[in-house]
Design a protein around this ligand. Structure first.
Ligand code: ATP
Length: 304
């Protein structure tokens, strides 16, 4: 059984079709990431899966349950980190975790959760006195309190400092090793790249691509770019022949090629033989962000 199955999902707000014919599935134990620009329909889709919004058309199954019915049974088995959720901020971290735990038959211990999200030093601090990133970490602890089989993480690391983000990633990875399924939305491409088994890109209510981060949009098949600077523009004329397209802008050279290893060897071998310094030498492939911007039609709006 898949953890999530969605077939031909539709949802409109008045005349606006926010979700128009979305289909996908998420396997048990998978980290599935939904990407898309603001207003693409991600939150609408996720909240239908969580049972917080109704749908017009389509079939939805979450852990074998239709979230439009039976949402109580579902709540016992899923954990949710929303972008903003109304918790009683006059209570302390430990009190809130303790209180939320009471809703669940199976629950994780307060100490274990506090340690998991690294809030040990803030155990007795009121939620109102936590920083933005610490609040998000508390949200994650609250989502995990009921030992969920499936976790919905809506932009889980927004507002985190770099170290806290890395820590959150390893917490999420550790959860996956326990066999949990994670449904993630994020605007951070490095987060999707690091965590997701598969990513889906949503644009204007439709899914335009689903694949592994590595293969999305034919990424693996795209040419790579070798860049470097020569000591002077004249040297550019003596470059060895390479497969691909060579673009010279004065001393700056960019080579787009599918034959990366051979082209790199030809250029570096040529330079070493002649004692030519290649400054700022790099070999890059299109990033997940490049592909994402292309798929969402935003690459023209975003300067290179
Ligand atoms: P973001 O990345 O900004 O969170 P999103 O992909 O989650 O965006 P949604 O929140 O699903 O996008 O919104 C999709 C579209 O539906 C938007 O145009 C939004 O304005 C509209 N919309 C969302 N909720 C409602 C609502 N309750 N009433 C009317 N329109 C809504």
């Amino acid at each position: 059984m898949n953890a999530i199955e969605v077939r031909d999902l539709h949802k409109s707000y008045g005349s606006l079709e926010a979700v128009s014919g979305v289909s996908f599935e998420v396997a048990m134990g998978e980290v599935f990431c939904l990407l898309g620009p603001n207003g693409a329909g991600k939150t609408t889709t996720v909240e239908i899966l969580e049972g917080y919004r109704t749908r017009e058309r389509g079939a939805v199954s979450v852990l074998g349950i239709d979230p439009a019915h039976g949402s109580r049974e579902l709540r016992e088995r899923i954990g949710i980190v929303l972008q903003s959720c109304g918790i009683q901020t006059s209570l302390t971290v430990a009190e809130l975790i303790e209180m939320y735990g009471r809703y669940y038959e199976h629950r994780r211990g307060v100490d274990e959760l506090i340690e998991m999200v690294e809030l040990d030093a803030k155990r007795d601090t009121r939620a109102s006195d936590l920083s933005g990133g610490q609040r998000r970490r508390l949200d994650l602890a609250l989502a995990l309190v009921g030992e969920p089989e499936l976790l919905f993480l809506d932009e889980p690391t927004t507002g985190f400092d770099p170290a806290a983000r890395r820590h959150a990633w390893s917490t999420i990875r550790a959860l996956c090793q326990l066999g949990k399924t994670v449904f993630l939305t994020t605007h951070f491409m490095d987060e999707a790249q690091t965590l997701a088994d598969r990513v889906a890109v949503m644009r204007a209510g439709a899914i335009v691509a689903v694949d592994t981060p590595r293969a999305l949009g034919g990424r693996e098949l795209r040419p790579s770019t070798i860049r470097f600077e020569l000591p002077d523009a004249k040297a550019a004329e003596q470059l060895p022949p390479v497969e691909g397209e060579v673009m010279a802008d004065g001393r700056s050279i960019a080579v787009r090629t599918h034959d990366t290893v051979r082209a790199t060897a030809a250029i570096t071998g040529w330079a070493l033989e002649r004692g030519i310094e290649l400054e700022h030498f790099s070999v890059t492939q299109p990033t997940l962000e490049d592909i994402y911007l292309e798929l969402t039609g935003e690459h023209e709006a975003a300067p290179a």
